[in-house]
Ligand binder design. Sequence first.
Ligand code: GLN
Length: 485
Amino acid sequence: MSEIIDLNLVELVQKIKKKELSSKEITKAFVDRSEKSKKLNVYITDNFNEAIKSAENFDSKPNFEKKLPGIPIAVKDLFCTKNLRTTAGSKILNNFVPPYESTVTQNLWDNGAILLGKLNCDEFAMGSSNETSFFGNVQSPIGENLVPGGSSGGSASALAAKLTPVTIGTDTGGSIRQPASFTGTVGLKPTYGSCSRYGIVAFASSLDQAGPMTSNVEDCALLLEVMSSYDLKDSTSVEFKRNNYLQNLNENIKGKKIGIPKEYITDKMPKEIEDLWQNGISYLKESGAEIIDLSLPNTPYALPAYYIVAPAEASSNLARYDGVKYGFRSNGENLIDMYEKTRSEGFGNEVKRRIMIGTYVLSSGYYDAYYLKAQKVRRLIKNDFDEAYKKVDAILTPSTPSSAFKINEKTNDPVSMYLNDIFTVPINLAGLPAISIPAGLDKKGYPLGLQIIGKAFDEQNILNIAYSMQKKIKFKNVINDWWLK
Ligand code: GLN
């Protein structure tokens, strides 16, 4: 029998249901490995003791009707967890213990899952490498001193290192798909409005979405099914019929029309990424899909528009951290002095940079020139996709312009860091669903991902395409447990 930590979510659920494994055995296996993996720095706050107690409780009164019966899951520390510290990777929330639970995590617990702990992330989810976290860098299980990607870096690392069977992240401009791509895992950003944003620490409210991060497409389908729900507590939650994504998973994609957008072919694209994309296209053809060349003409403006819209919303969302309502406070001589000191000491440099950019583009005199213009560009980007989807069922692109880079390699060059999101950001601006699946290795042996972008609320379709490609690609993540040695 393979070891517990090598089993995927669907297998673990089956074993629990057949009483071949108990929740305690499973939970202990992941806790033990997590304890030995401190070097990766994935946990900001662990919940190991409570998790084992919850597993014992589950085993004493098991309910096998649940979709995640007694399954331990660690989550990104951007999801508020009632009575358990939630930091968003920031000093300013270092001592924040929420009195409420996010809807998405509540959905996990209602379906029988058990909280293992809170995972490291970039501060307020701003970053692409997990290096902006107040709680330090996360190491990637792929290699020493390699970034796991970000902002859901702790989640990606914990998943790939088998410290949790599956995990959940959030994606504002790529924070699920880029770390999934860097760590050889699967990550899905659902359509805006599919998963409730209630109780998720806000970064850019019109772009933020929670989504599953898993080791294969089947687990991704199951986890999405549990996470996605209509929620009156989120005014942008959308009421639509949610599928049983796992049950409806279907590898037959014969006749599907898949678009290849020419604007994603950049001059500087490494040969390996180009080859990966070509292989993906061949697999789709072999499966009977039809490949259609397309144009998304406004793609080059997506990144600049994102880096106006996202900081604008962030500057407004982060105004609430003033030393009065939440978390950290630095004492000052008067109220204004207290605000200033609290925010100067509580926020890190990347967050301050975003607050300054955001405040600037929203200020009178610049609002029309920057913010309003960016919103107009955003509409054009969405129109591009609307046009494309008159001709195709889904779109295939690489997930990232490169494989994982070294810790500190890009920290002094924010623009080169921002460029990492070039293939993921347009999808958030258009509110669409997209999944990243591992598709190969580069010459250094680091994973590379392909992204499948769908129509709004068409998650089942991109899961099916991903499922079909997964069967052809047969990707095997090479993890040598370097950090245990
Ligand atoms: N890396 C992007 C940023 O820094 C996206 C982050 C995210 O999706 N949360 O804004």
